[in-house]
Write a protein that binds this ligand. Structure first.
Ligand SMILES: [Zn+2]
Length: 280
């Protein structure tokens, strides 16, 4: 009530869209709600226990400022009966923003600075990773054993026409880089009768400077005791992809396969088949 009087809405009190489904031994649930408010609802939160979401984000993250749009209540969870699972949320995704520690990012930042100088708004350039580049692969729950693997997700199998039992797409955060492009982190989940597939994507387009896609793909065939996880980072400077039409540059799905592979990790996440804690 007090916060409403101050003209600030506490999103923790707004309705949340949520669903929960059971597929074999897996529970798939998500919730979806409003964007993070831009001002503290308690103005300011002093009590450590009852902090508003904005103050939680500001204190947990070492970022001078947050992306334009953060969706703290957009959460996707896939969890096995034995407790092992994977969750996707904005706070953990933003924890992985490396804050301009990599020289590659600084170099890119210099170029961007130059491009911005022409537009006369250099003062807005920030001394941190303003692209919010994250290598977040989801948050693991329970006791997975994570090992490097030579096994790959069977793309052919995924392409086979199979009934879609569940599909959802959540945005975790998004920033328009002051109209210089876009940085967006989102997760898509698809459940079929034989398997589930997750694509967590961080996509960056700095107009006339560069593109980057950090993808995490997760694939599980029901009845097996593991999930395959593939992480790939692809990037290109604008000069390397001059031949690509602007309309394609705006479509993450179309442009990503055209970007050179910079880094990749392939993992097998194994979990105990039966419950150790007796949860059914
Ligand atoms: Zn607060």
């Amino acid at each position: 009530m007090i916060s409403a009087l101050k003209g600030e809405i506490d999103i923790q009190k707004l309705p949340v869209d949520s669903e929960e489904h059971k597929f074999n031994s897996w529970k798939v649930k998500y919730k979806k709600s409003h964007i993070l408010h831009s001002k503290c609802v308690n103005g300011p939160c002093e009590d450590d226990k009852n902090k508003c979401l904005l103050c939680i984000y500001n204190s947990e993250l070492e970022l001078p400022h947050l992306p334009d749009m953060v969706f703290p209540n957009n959460v996707m969870v896939l969890q096995h009966d034995n407790g092992c699972g994977i969750e996707f949320n904005a706070l953990d995704a933003l924890r992985r923003v490396s804050n301009g520690k990599l020289s590659l990012k600084v170099a890119c930042s210099e170029e961007w600075k130059e491009s911005r100088q022409e537009h006369g708004n250099l003062d807005e350039v920030k001394p941190f990773d303003w692209t919010f580049t994250t290598d977040y692969m989801g948050t693991l729950l329970g006791n997975f054993i994570v090992r490097q693997t030579d096994e790959r997700i069977n793309i052919e199998k995924l392409r086979q026409r199979e009934q879609i039992l569940f599909y959802n797409d959540l945005t975790l955060f998004e920033d328009e880089l002051h109209d210089n492009g876009i940085a967006v982190c989102s997760v898509k989940v698809r459940v079929m009768p034989s398997s589930f597939f997750v694509l967590l994507r961080y996509f960056l387009r700095v107009d006339n400077v560069m593109l980057r896609t950090n993808d995490t793909r997760l694939y599980h065939e029901f009845g097996t005791d593991f999930i395959l996880r593939e992480y790939t980072s692809r990037a290109a400077q604008a000069s390397e992809i001059k031949h690509v039409p602007p309309s394609v540059l705006r479509e993450p799905n179309e442009v990503t396969p055209l970007l050179p592979l910079i880094e990749s990790h392939y993992s097998k996440l194994s979990f105990p088949e039966s419950s150790s804690s007796g949860i059914k």
